[in-house]
Design a binder for this molecule. Structure first.
Ligand SMILES: NC(=O)c1ccc[n+]([C@@H]2O[C@H](COP(=O)([O-])OP(=O)(O)OC[C@H]3O[C@@H](n4cnc5c(N)ncnc54)[C@H](OP(=O)(O)O)[C@@H]3O)[C@@H](O)[C@H]2O)c1
Length: 247
């Protein structure tokens, strides 16, 4: 039986979730990868040994965490002490084009599943067990802009829940957020558009998935931090319209 600490990462199959998975394995964690779709990169990590298990499930299933945590305790003899929520729904809509279905779907994947995972973890933990939960949020909750209506509403809900969960679930769980800036091309961006957008950050371009992953690792292991939102974004949340005009 492995004595390495156990962490569950959602959205671990690609992009930021995969980078976080790789960084945590290098730092000595065993990763349980929860994905909707398996990827070759994840299968390679499973074969190499850093990923202990690939769990294929939809995170918007309301029963997921209330049955998965006890099942994992049975399988591994303990609950994972780390949880990283990187899965996300990110669809383009506007106040005029959106509907109830889109608003609910974004909220379930981006916010509700994180609240449910933390709540169910505490329900199934022994009094002396301690855990660290981190959700990826988005720098745009610190500097609002009107695009991606349902996505933004769901991330605002998520951001508001983090200090409340940290307060209510202490001391068993520490709960924190990491707010990435634009780190990978998103929403059909070309590489040139992505690089041009990053170049406008106050600190300039170059923010990469490994930078987000290192911040996650820091919050996972720094045992005196809870209820915080850490923007890792080259200062994107400080970017003003004035800056954009000047650059
Ligand atoms: N990338 C950026 O530049 C950036 C910027 C700001 C914030 N963020 C935040 O950082 C996190 C990771 O970003 P990303 O760009 O790597 O995310 P992403 O590509 O938008 O999505 C990550 C994963 O979420 C999974 N997913 C979606 N719905 C799911 C569901 N119902 N059940 C299970 N898995 C589901 C997808 O799996 P499938 O492929 O199987 O569908 C996908 O692989 C997200 O929270 C995002 O909002 C990212």
């Amino acid at each position: 039986m492995s004595t390495r600490p156990l962490v569950l990462v959602t959205g671990a199959g690609k992009r930021l979730g995969l980078a976080i998975t790789e960084t945590l394995i290098e730092a000595g964690w065993d990763v349980l990868a929860l994905v909707r779709t398996r990827t070759p990169a994840l299968d390679t990590l499973l074969t190499a040994g850093g990923v202990r298990e690939i769990i294929t499930h939809d995170v918007s299933d309301p029963t997921l965490w209330f049955s998965l945590w006890p099942a994992l305790r049975t399988r591994y003899g303990r609950l994972p002490t780390g949880f990283v929520h990187a899965a996300s729904l990110f669809e383009l809509d506007t106040p005029r084009s959106t509907d109830w279905t889109a608003i609910e779907a974004h909220r379930r994947v981006n916010a509700d599943t994180f609240v449910a995972a933390a709540t169910a973890w505490v329900q199934h933990a022994q009094p002396d067990e301690r855990g660290s939960f981190i959700s990826l949020v988005d720098q745009k909750v610190h500097r609002l802009n009107p695009d991606h209506y349902a996505y933004t509403l769901s991330k605002l809900t998520l951001a508001a829940s983090i200090p409340f969960l940290a307060q209510t679930l202490a001391p068993q769980l520490r709960v924190n957020g990491v707010s990435p800036g634009l780190t990978l091309p998103s929403g059909g961006q070309t590489m040139a558009e992505f690089e041009a957008a990053q170049a406008l950050f106050p600190l300039g371009g170059g923010l990469a998935p490994a930078d987000i992953a290192r911040a996650v690792l820091f919050l996972l292991t720094q045992v005196w931090i809870t209820g915080q939102m850490l923007a890792v974004d080259g200062g994107q949340h400080l970017q003003s319209d004035h800056d954009i005009v000047l650059r």
